[in-house]
Design a protein around this ligand. Structure first.
Ligand code: HEC
Ligand code: HEC
Ligand code: HEC
Ligand code: HEC
Length: 330
């Protein structure tokens, strides 16, 4: 079931991607501008001797421009009616979590509701309708597991689904060699593409930037500069290089200064003098302060929000504001 961001790729590109991945797309209530359904409403697969029906649905609230999503429950019912009899019904619902229970209540045939939207992960829970709902979030951070009690299933649907687990795919699991090889191939290709985009001499330089660079601050703020140099912020880019990710746009934003900003730099390969989490990553571009040090260039608003931009829970699970601030005190 494509979500609204997938749909923005356009239906042709989506079909290509789905065909390449060998994953059929389904969407019971989705209509294009001409009112046509771009994908089948539902499909079924054989799993462990059971016929499992799958039906896809998009929250009408999420239909992007150029698309329409018909009322969900009605479309799901119609989609299921198109399938020959199935043992188990799974709804793939791209919708805000609060729409899960009403949808399952409106279509009691739903045994399992796999929800997605906005990266929210939720352990399997039983809805008032008896269906189990689970959300694995985004970026492959969780694996959802649902257990099916075959003995109970043989006696009818009710209660056959046992709530399962949500397994974090974190550093506690050993890496998989096949996946690592795939990632490594992808990285090499992406790095080559990234380097090819850099025009010769296109690296960020202080002369042509809104940022001054840490070396410029050092001249007048010797003590702060010494303290910074001893901190891990001064080696944040090095850390990326160590794991071979210094050209990855999904990493450099938090490990350098001014990525994606007009005053900073636009492409990872152009990082130049803006490598590392420098003074201006927290204090803001300092060119104007250099020109007139007496004018206000206040220290950043005191508060956690400044840090949380980068010390997000998934990247910095041990972050504690007071203790971390103490460690970078300058
Ligand atoms: C030419 C010398 C000079 C340079 C270079 C310079 N500063 Fe300053 N900075 C000053 C002076 C002078 C003040 C005002 C100090 C005061 O009011 O106590 C100041 C104040 C500050 C303050 C506010 C401190 C406070 O207590 O309010 C911050 C933050 C700051 N500078 C950061 C930077 C950063 C970051 C850089 C590099 C981009 C930088 N400075 C470069 C001279 C400089
Ligand atoms: C949202 C911001 C953010 C993004 C995006 C990010 N990081 Fe980080 N990274 C951090 C923070 C913050 C820390 C420090 C965590 C701590 O010690 O509390 C860190 C730490 C690290 C470390 C450990 C450094 C050491 O010395 O042990 C490595 C390696 C790393 N990141 C690599 C990456 C890679 C690779 C990517 C891209 C796939 C990435 N990071 C994306 C914020 C980010
Ligand atoms: C990780 C974010 C961060 C980085 C990097 C950083 N600062 Fe700061 N800086 C802060 C915060 C936060 C404060 C306010 C501290 C507080 O509330 O006690 C501050 C305070 C200051 C002050 C005012 C100190 C005072 O006495 O009030 C100056 C000057 C300053 N920083 C300069 C620098 C310079 C120069 C660098 C680089 C060499 C730098 N900072 C790097 C976050 C940062
Ligand atoms: C632009 C992104 C960014 C911002 C903003 C930021 N940090 Fe960091 N911070 C990082 C990264 C990346 C690392 C990991 C660097 C490494 O180890 O290679 C890190 C590491 C640290 C560490 C070292 C952690 C350890 O285990 O020793 C401390 C302490 C820290 N940051 C404090 C702060 C505080 C306090 C703030 C807010 C005032 C802040 N940081 C704001 C990116 C950021």
């Amino acid at each position: 079931m494509p979500g609204e961001a997938d749909l923005s790729l356009g239906v042709e590109r989506l079909r290509d991607l789905a065909a390449g991945a060998g994953v059929p797309l389904i969407a019971a209530n989705l209509r294009d501008g001409a009112g046509a359904a771009p994908f089948p409403a539902a499909t079924s697969v054989e799993l462990g001797g059971l016929r499992v029906g799958l039906v896809g649905v998009l929250s009408p609230a999420l239909a992007p421009a150029g698309w329409r999503a018909l009322p969900a429950a009605e479309a799901v019912r119609r989609g299921l009616a198109e399938l020959s009899p199935v043992d188990v019904v799974v709804a793939l619902a791209h919708e805000p979590p609060e729409e899960d229970a009403p949808l399952a209540a409106a279509v009691p045939e739903i045994d399992l509701l796999v929800g997605a939207h906005g990266g929210v992960a939720r352990a399997p829970t039983r809805l008032p309708s008896g269906a189990i709902a689970v959300r694995t979030g985004n970026k492959n951070r969780f694996l959802g597991r649902i257990d099916l009690d075959e003995a109970l299933l043989a006696r009818g649907r009710a209660g056959a689904w046992a709530a399962g687990t949500l397994q974090p795919l974190d550093a506690s699991l050993p890496p998989d060699a096949e996946i690592e090889a795939m990632v490594s191939r992808y990285r090499k290709a992406a790095d080559a593409r990234e380097l090819a985009r850099l025009t010769p001499g296109g690296e960020a330089r202080p002369e042509a930037s809104g940022y001054a660079g840490e070396r410029a601050c050092e001249r007048c703020h010797g003590a702060a500069a010494r303290s910074w140099r001893a901190s891990r912020h001064a080696r944040a880019f090095e850390a990326l290089a160590r794991v071979g990710s210094s050209l990855d746009p999904s990493c450099v934003g938090c490990h350098t200064t001014g990525f994606g900003e007009r005053a900073g730099y636009e492409r990872p390969a152009a990082v130049g003098f803006l490598a590392e989490v420098q003074c201006e990553a927290c204090h803001g571009p300092g060119k104007a302060h250099l020109a007139n040090p007496a004018a206000p260039y206040p220290p950043p608003a005191r508060g956690e929000a400044l840090c949380l931009r980068c010390h997000a829970a998934e990247r910095s699970p041990d972050f504690a504001y007071a203790a971390y601030l103490e460690r970078i005190r300058h």
